[in-house]
Write a protein that binds this ligand. Structure first.
Ligand code: SF4
Length: 269
């Protein structure tokens, strides 16, 4: 005979269920607490963009510090600029300059580049990322310039963007630097700086570009691209911005500014 308890001493089924689920909950709760303790604190909410007067003051200070900013890609004319910018995608300006220093000695125009050919061009730029694809694009765009535009880079966005390997950002840089058009190309530095200060808060480079071109006062539009890139490259760096030596530290609203800047007075420019 099985050893069965008399009915009055057995716990009701509902109690057994409740007890079992309470026991199961305890370790789960512990795990949850540990997870909460380990979790990163939520990122602070993005501040509102600075107002127009503050934005004008930002650019006024950039201009006072560097009235004639220059891009850092070596070039001698619109064609060599177009080639250099095409090569610079996902590469540093320094690495592109090292390669083009030798390349432009043998091919600084579309005809010479086509004559050089894809294989030899690849040899000159092999230290740059994606060099095979870039070599192919540079030869193809050079051939198109020869066949359809008399070997000249036209100051027309639609034409530039139709060339192999040339997107909106490359076209904006060429139009701005080579032809003096008031465009603001948004690379990783401009994107970061705009969202930090913030001038335009947006999730995509295209939206940041549109916002910057709308908001930037006309007198600063020509050089805004350079000032923002150089600021992002040398001061408002990606990992740790150098806020204590930043010209606009008192205007910037980035919540994670470095160096206890509250006590540092605004620069006189
Ligand atoms: S204060 Fe800091 S975060 Fe703000 S723009 Fe200057 S370097 Fe960037």
């Amino acid at each position: 005979m099985p050893d069965r308890k008399p009915p009055e001493t057995r716990r009701p089924a509902t109690d057994r269920v409740r007890t079992r689920s309470a026991d199961n909950r305890r370790p789960g709760t512990k795990k949850l607490k540990a997870k909460i303790l380990k979790a990163k604190p939520p990122a602070p909410a993005a501040p509102d963009a600075i107002d127009d007067a503050t934005l004008a003051e930002v650019f006024r200070r950039f201009e006072a510090a560097d009235p004639n900013p220059r891009g850092e890609l070596e070039h001698v004319d619109p064609y060599t600029l177009l080639v250099a910018v095409t090569l610079s995608a996902q590469a540093t300006d320094k690495s592109v300059n090292l390669a083009t220093e030798h390349l432009f000695k043998v091919a600084d125009n579309p005809a010479a580049m086509v004559a050089l050919g894809e294989e030899r061009l690849a040899g000159y730029i092999r230290t740059i990322g994606l060099y095979r694809t870039k070599a192919k694009n540079v030869i193809a765009l050079s051939r198109r310039l020869l066949d359809e535009h008399g070997g000249v880079v036209p100051p027309a966005r639609a034409v530039l963007e139709s060339l192999p390997g040339v997107g909106p950002k490359t076209a904006s840089v060429v139009l701005n630097i080579a032809f003096g058009e008031p465009t603001i190309a948004v690379d990783t530095h401009v994107f970061r700086v705009s969202n930090r200060i913030p001038i335009v808060v947006a999730k995509t480079p295209d939206d940041v570009q549109r916002g910057l071109e709308e908001r930037t006062p006309a007198r600063f539009l020509l050089y805004a691209h350079h000032w923002l890139i150089l600021h992002g490259r040398y001061v408002c760096k990606a990992r740790v911005p150098e806020c204590p030596r930043c010209l606009i530290r008192d205007l910037c609203r980035y919540p994670a500014k470095t160096g206890g800047i509250a006590s540092i007075p605004a620069p006189k420019l």
